[in-house]
Design a binder for this molecule. Structure first.
Ligand SMILES: *Cc1c(COP(=O)(O)O)cnc(C)c1O
Length: 239
């Protein structure tokens, strides 16, 4: 049985994404919807799968390690939370992409484990564009420095950038941060000669400005599943 509210939420989300695309002349196919499934059950994941959703994101390796084997094997799983170096081995085993590369040491460890496991891992560099101290992610300067070295890590494919805007009631306040991420991407592509097609930005509350500013992956939890029950799985507290 497919739950009614998931179906309605999914439908409403795609309408929001579509309207944002229309406002700026983008194609709907340019945007991927990632279901942020932290604190959600495998049953909820499977219900979304029945509705066509294939891309899911988790914040904690432990939780993902328990959950992913209980779900259908045709799903794509991305790590979107802060990744500790001692969890990298498991992360490389279970994830198709890591959005949260936020240090040279983490890139080196991800590359080392990918080599050991004979894997090719897609990654994004997490940039803290707002400078908010509660957010993970590199300063723009450090992110650029990391990308300059990205060729050293042969088992990683650097696909783009990720950011989280500071929380605000008014989603328009997030727009400048999304625009900044896209501009950094455009600049670095040119200056460093890299291909960085992916911009992972925008969540339940601010996906419109994100899509309008060029997001290719929006990460949505509450607008899809409803409010989270556990306070400790809130955004930003995922250590
Ligand atoms: C939980 C989470 C999201 C989704 O947040 P919602 O506000 O529930 O849509 C997006 N990105 C990250 C990194 C998250 O941890």
């Amino acid at each position: 049985m497919v739950s009614q509210h998931l179906q309605e939420n999914l439908c409403r989300l795609w309408q929001r994404i579509e309207r944002s695309c229309q406002r700026v002349g983008r194609q709907l196919q340019e945007v991927k919807l990632l279901a942020a499934s932290k604190s959600r059950t495998p049953q909820e994941v499977e219900e979304l799968r029945k509705l066509g959703q294939r891309l899911f994101g988790e914040n904690r390796v432990q939780e993902a390690k328990a959950k992913i084997p209980l779900c259908s094997s045709d799903l794509e799983w991305h790590m979107i939370g802060h990744l500790q170096r001692n969890k990298v081995r498991h992360a490389v085993q279970i994830f198709d992409m890591v959005h949260s590369v936020d240090s040279v040491a983490l890139a080196e460890e991800l590359n080392r484990q990918s080599l050991l496991q004979g894997k090719h891992l897609r990654v994004l560099v997490q940039v803290n564009v707002s400078g908010e101290s509660t957010k993970h992610g590199l300063t723009p300067e450090s992110a650029r420095a990391l990308l300059e070295r990205s060729n050293e890590w042969k088992h990683l494919e650097f696909c783009g950038l990720m950011t989280m805007a500071p929380y605000c009631e008014d989603p328009e306040r997030a727009r400048p941060w999304f625009r900044m991420l896209r501009q950094l991407r455009d600049t670095w592509q040119k200056e460093l000669g890299l291909l960085l097609p992916e911009l992972s930005m925008g969540m339940s509350g601010d996906l419109e400005p994100a899509v309008e500013e060029g997001a290719t992956i929006v990460r949505v939890g509450t607008a899809l599943f409803g409010p989270r029950v556990h306070a400790d799985t809130d955004v930003g507290n995922n250590f």
